[in-house]
Design a protein around this ligand. Structure first.
Ligand SMILES: NC(=O)c1ccc[n+]([C@@H]2O[C@H](COP(=O)([O-])OP(=O)(O)OC[C@H]3O[C@@H](n4cnc5c(N)ncnc54)[C@H](OP(=O)(O)O)[C@@H]3O)[C@@H](O)[C@H]2O)c1
Length: 260
């Protein structure tokens, strides 16, 4: 009975200590992002998830702009939101693959408070049946398009105009803390990994930790690595939170030094 009580006490102490450590290190700090009376800009807002988000944001008092390609779908979306809420949303017809068109729409819409990058296309076929054009289309809309939207909206969201021409100073400071490797070393490790049939090839210890932390649903051939993922996934996340704590401290110090 005493030993069960001791075990329970140790477990409780462990959990409480863990909670205290997490409360101290977890970064970024928790934040509430208000929606009411703010400008919410939704790409792919003319149907599906984007349209549902637009309905919700309007009903919570936001000023909403939606962007998509088809003018008629945008008009239908506007109409359905007006019918449901009595509120008009702004619509912008642009293809996210066209940076200039996206940038124009973003400028016309006025300062954005909340940007929801939601546009997406998916051609559901086995990879070998997909044509080059289809794959490129998905990457262009889903990935490059998202980059275009963020690039167009971010400067005004951050309240600063000029674009950074080289690696941002802060990126260099953070990158310097993780060391670098020679190209030949990286190439050899990659090739060995490929020859070994690995799905994830990591180059150093931090990379290995990252692969454990992000293993999720990825395939795994090695039972040893699978064991590491199963046993240490949570612990590596804990270690990762310490890394983030360090990075966010660096960001805070850097921002304070710029403001001083
Ligand atoms: N629905 C789900 O259960 C689900 C689950 C997981 C993931 N997803 C993913 O989430 C994303 C949205 O899903 P959904 O069901 O809401 O899709 P959806 O109903 O097809 O909506 C896609 C939206 O993106 C817009 N869009 C597509 N290509 C565009 C482009 N080049 N430029 C600007 N806008 C573009 C579409 O309008 P226009 O065609 O007029 O441009 C539409 O407004 C997709 O990537 C989908 O694969 C969906």
């Amino acid at each position: 009975m005493t030993s069960i009580f001791s075990l329970f006490l140790v477990f409780t102490l462990f959990i409480v200590s863990l909670l205290i450590i997490l409360a101290l290190i977890v970064r970024p700090r928790s934040v509430k992002i208000p929606i009411k009376s703010r400008h919410v800009f939704i790409t792919g807002g003319s149907s599906g998830i984007g349209l549902a988000l637009a309905h919700l944001a309007v009903s919570e008092g936001a000023r909403v702009s939606i962007l998509a390609r088809s003018v008629s779908k945008l008009a239908d979306a506007k109409q359905s939101i007006k019918l449901a809420t009595g509120v008009d949303v702004s619509t912008f017809s642009a293809d996210v693959r066209d940076y200039d068109a996206v940038s124009k729409a973003v400028d016309q819409s006025g300062p954005i408070d909340v940007l929801i990058v939601n546009q997406g296309v998916f051609i559901g076929k086995e990879l070998e049946k997909q044509s080059y054009e289809e794959v490129k289309f998905m990457i262009d809309v889903n990935l490059v398009g998202s980059f275009n939207v963020i690039k167009a909206a971010l400067p005004s969201m951050k309240g600063r105009g000029p674009e950074l021409k080289k690696r941002p100073e802060l990126t260099s400071i953070i990158a310097a803390s993780s060391g670098s490797m020679k190209t030949k070393e990286v190439a050899k490790i990659c090739l060995d990994g490929i020859k070994g049939g690995k799905f994830t090839v990591t180059c150093h210890f931090i990379g290995y930790l990252l692969s454990i932390a992000t293993s999720g649903m990825s395939p795994q051939r090695s039972f040893w690595d699978a064991l590491m993922e199963v046993m240490f996934g949570g612990f590596v996340r804990f270690v990762g939170l310490f890394f983030q704590w360090g990075w966010y401290n660096t960001i805070e110090k850097w921002s304070n030094s710029k403001l001083a």
